[in-house]
Design a protein around this ligand. Structure first.
Ligand SMILES: Nc1ncnc2c1ncn2[C@@H]1O[C@H](COP(=O)(O)OP(=O)(O)OP(=O)(O)O)[C@@H](O)[C@H]1O
Ligand SMILES: O=P(O)(O)OC[C@@]1(O)O[C@H](CO)[C@@H](O)[C@@H]1O
Length: 313
């Protein structure tokens, strides 16, 4: 069972527009409301592919109750912890070419008592878990070393940990020796203080992140694919998407597919790439089901360090 912790979950509202014009009234082509948050999406993707998962989340206010309702409707196994602040809403403006502009609220602060309750819920549920995934931003007021503290406690219990976050929270978590971290290109560059413009920069930065404490580093690179580094080996792959709809949640789908396929080596990277590209082809932050996943488009290759990275960054 893969347990996920999302300290800052969200209601994800995706609004599909023909184009963006600042100051204009834009009539949306369509709108979607999904339960959101990085760890929540990992659990959603796993459930959609018949892999056991449980999501630990704080929830508060009408928005929080709506989030729990949406997750219940999807059949998500969860441990919802009631908190005083309202759950945030994040808005994505999605254009026809797949370009997304995302507006993420900061979320509402968690009190020390609420944080303790969440940590106790995770530690209790972790006894029956193979992995604990701690994923997403931290709400205001949460200490940046919260993931690091959980990593140390799970390591002592022999439970594997996967972290997907950014900034100081990522650097602090890495120092605690997580089994796996899943930065995107910008998060890897920021955590290691190195500019990343070519594939060789990703290899060097991932090695630096391993030297800082992470055991395996799965770096997602948008349309450029992903690079996995573990021990003294690394693999690179990509999976083109003919009609990108929304990349929101693609990294979460990648992490879910990677874990579902054993969380190590070329086969797990390939599965993560397939789930991620399937997510990109879906609207909003919808997670892919088996029928959405096309493994035939995955290409694993020997990375060329000189290969420029063309997407994002
Ligand atoms: N335009 C695209 N074409 C093909 N694959 C894509 C595209 N965008 C994303 N992907 C796939 O999704 C993976 C994750 O994308 P990205 O690097 O943007 O992760 P992320 O920033 O963590 O995403 P999120 O935080 O929204 O989950 C990429 O490694 C790639 O496999
Ligand atoms: O603010 P965070 O926690 O970094 O990211 C939150 C979020 O953008 O991540 C998911 C996509 O990965 C969305 O469901 C959600 O809105």
């Amino acid at each position: 069972m893969i347990l996920t912790l999302t300290l800052n979950p969200s209601l994800d509202r995706t609004i599909e527009v023909g184009s963006l014009t600042r100051g204009a009234v834009i009539r949306a082509a369509a709108a979607h409301l999904d339960p959101g948050g990085k760890g929540v999406n990992v659990s959603r993707a796993l459930l959609a592919n018949q892999v056991r998962s449980c999501a630990v989340i704080p929830f508060g206010g009408d928005e929080g109750r709506q989030l729990v309702g949406l997750l219940s409707a999807e059949g998500i196994d969860m441990i919802p912890v009631s908190v005083g602040g309202s759950t945030r809403s994040n808005v994505t403006l999605a254009e026809p070419d797949g370009t997304v502009t995302k507006l993420n609220e900061p979320g509402t602060a968690l009190t020390p008592s609420e944080l303790d309750t969440l940590a106790s819920a995770v530690l209790g549920a972790a006894e029956s878990a193979d992995w604990v995934v701690a994923s997403g931003s931290l709400p205001p007021g949460v200490p940046v070393d919260v993931y690091a503290g959980l990593c140390r406690r799970f390591a002592a219990a022999g439970i594997q940990t996967a972290i997907d976050t950014s900034g100081p929270a990522l650097v602090a978590a890495v120092a605690a020796g997580p089994t796996l971290v899943k930065p995107n290109r910008e998060e890897l560059a920021e955590a290691t203080g190195t500019p990343i413009t070519r594939l060789g920069d990703v290899i060097d930065a991932a090695e630096k992140l391993r030297g800082m404490g992470a055991r395996s580093v799965l770096t997602s690179l948008g349309a450029d694919g992903a690079l996995l580094m573990e021990d003294d080996r690394f693999w690179y792959g990509r999976c083109p998407v003919e009609e990108p709809r929304s990349s929101v949640g693609a990294g979460d789908a990648m992490l879910a597919g990677f874990l579902a396929a054993g969380a190590s080596g070329e086969a797990a990277l390939a599965e993560g790439l397939a789930w991620a590209s399937a997510a990109v082809g879906l609207p909003g932050s919808r997670m892919p089901a088996p029928a959405d996943i096309d493994r035939s488009a995955v290409r694993i290759s020997t990375p060329d360090p000189a290969q420029p990275l063309v997407s994002g960054g």
